[in-house]
Design a protein around this ligand. Structure first.
Ligand code: NAD
Length: 252
């Protein structure tokens, strides 16, 4: 992406910002080979709606199926590495007075890229907890295909430590994200379809509190209308170009 493609106002806002907040979604990890939920509905899993797999009801009704789906998603995350978009956000954090990364992703790629202040709104797929008590579990007895392992402490079924559809977000993470949105000078909204709440409310909140909102997404979303600048490009192209344009003398 040409650095001249960016509006001068956007560059000035980035350079003068005291606090930049980035809100990321599955789209930023798409270029690392981790499918978004929409893309994930191909091949083996095409006949399942993610909402019927990533839910407490599904875990109760068919724990083996939910585990197989997460085993597949975990294998994709294990094989993935951060891309240029993740790395550009880690670089940006080192260039501005204050930077907060709020992610809906559960893949840990921002931390792998070197981002330090990361709020995981939807948990982390590589962690395992039990359904009843939220014991964090690192080892469990193997079970036959089609069944789910159980907690060595309380016997309840194990699950990935992610927020299922219909569940509340971790309160501390949500509170920190709300605070960040209210104090942002610029909010970058990257690779999110803007339909999963309460994350999707953060750009509107930031704007109400005076932030300049930038959407980076090849496709329009319900958040596009509130954005002050829209960059219709993949995050892996737009973000490195944006960092180079706003901080040209820095070696990122
Ligand atoms: P989503 O799948 O609903 O939407 C992805 C968005 O990214 C779309 O708007 C798409 O146009 C855009 N996109 C695709 N490729 C892009 C690219 N290269 N650069 C920029 N944008 C791109 O994702 P969501 O809004 O994050 O919400 C779905 C839920 O799915 C979240 O709760 C999240 O926890 C979960 N999820 C996470 C992962 C992950 O951790 N990597 C993967 C799939 C789903």
């Amino acid at each position: 992406m040409e650095t001249s493609a960016f509006p001068a106002e956007l560059i000035r806002r980035l350079q003068e910002a005291h606090h930049i907040v980035a809100l990321t979604g599955a789209g930023i990890s798409a270029e690392s080979g981790i499918p978004t939920f929409r893309e994930a509905q191909t091949g083996l899993w095409a006949r399942y709606d993610p909402q019927t797999l990533a839910s407490p009801e599904a875990l109760a009704r068919n724990p083996g199926l939910v585990w197989s789906w997460y085993a597949w998603r975990r294998s994709l995350v294990r094989q993935a590495a951060p891309n240029a978009g993740h790395r550009a956000l880690a670089a940006m954090e080192r260039l501005v007075p204050r930077f907060t990364l709020v992610t809906q992703n559960v893949d840990g790629l921002h931390q792998q890229a070197g981002s330090r202040t990361v709020i995981e709104l939807h948990g982390n797929i590589m962690r395992t907890v039990c359904a009843a008590q939220r014991h964090v579990v690192t080892q469990w007895a193997p079970v036959p295909e089609g069944e789910a392992p159980t907690c060595p402490y309380c016997g309840s079924v194990l699950r990935p430590d992610v927020v299922f559809f219909g569940e509340n977000l971790p309160p501390q993470a949500l509170e920190a994200a709300l605070q960040a949105a209210q104090t942002a000078d610029v909010m970058l909204v990257i690779g999110t379809s803007g339909v999963v709440y309460p994350a999707a409310a953060l750009p509107g909140l930031a704007k109400e509190h005076g932030a300049w909102v930038v959407e980076i997404n090849p496709q329009p979303t319900p958040l596009s209308d509130l954005a002050d600048t829209t960059l219709r490009a993949p995050a892996g192209e737009a973000l490195p170009a944006l960092v180079a344009a706003a901080w040209p003398r820095q070696n990122t």
